[in-house]
Design a protein around this ligand. Sequence first.
Ligand code: 5GW
Ligand code: MN
Length: 277
Amino acid sequence: FHFRSRTDVQTCTTWKAPILWEGMFDPEVYDQNHKKEGSSVALTVFAVGRYLDEYLETFLNSSEHHFMVGLPVSYYVFTDMPEKVLHIHLGPQRTLKMIKVQRHSRWQDISMMRMKAISDVIESDIRHHSTHVFCFDVDQVFTGRFGSEALGDSVALLHAYYYHLPKIFYTYDRNPKSKAYMENGDFYYHAAVFGGSWKSVKSLAEGCYQNIMEDKQNNVEALWHDESHLNKYLWLHKPSRVLSPEYCWDTHIGYRSDIQVTRLLWAPKQYDKLRTP
Ligand code: 5GW
Ligand code: MN
């Protein structure tokens, strides 16, 4: 059984990191190797306020069917309502912890404070139990394999809305007063999915958090909040693996011949309902 190489898309970065597209890899080989190496994966996700009822159960139940099936998985759910009972059927070797976090009044803060919570839980818990960590937005649904081929030292995702656009359209932070400021970059990465070894993700989360706090002290906020800081960090610390937008697609974009499978989809969002207190 042969894998055709993809000639319609970029499959390698200039620093020789693979960009993963459907058809480039044998999932079985990755699964066997990661089982042999004893890889285990922590998944962090935030479900604060209305996002808990709106998205969490669908996200987790779909993850049970598609995320790292065959490897040990530990979910870390950050919520302001940890007492909430979830209707989720966990498979063997899969566990879930609810962790209480404060509900910030500004949504920009909910989003940015994730970096601090992620670095803290890696230090206190994840590093003792899991080899790898993936961090996800909750407003998404797994629809296809999101497997061990995505594991690497430092893993970033190409944003579905920007991967095919010239760099001048990338929405990096252009304010020189912000620590997220950047003129040039490699790609526009999406903050809805990032991961890697626990060590790399801890460094990333810490680095982004420090820059977010420095911005706060200087009374500036990066254009796209934690995503701007993530893009800056990944420009300075190149990811070792890049995921194609097949790993986080929005069906509103419509048909694209290079998207041969959808593994994770943006969930529909009712901004009016969710963004009013
Ligand atoms: C609420 C209003 C506006 C923006 C964010 C929130 C919000 C985000 C929230 O009330 N509760 C929450 O848990 N979040 C977490 O932050 C979710 O995990 C969410 O997926 C993530 C990023 O916020 P999103 O998904 O609304 O951001 P975009 O960039 O996908 O629109
Ligand atoms: Mn989102």
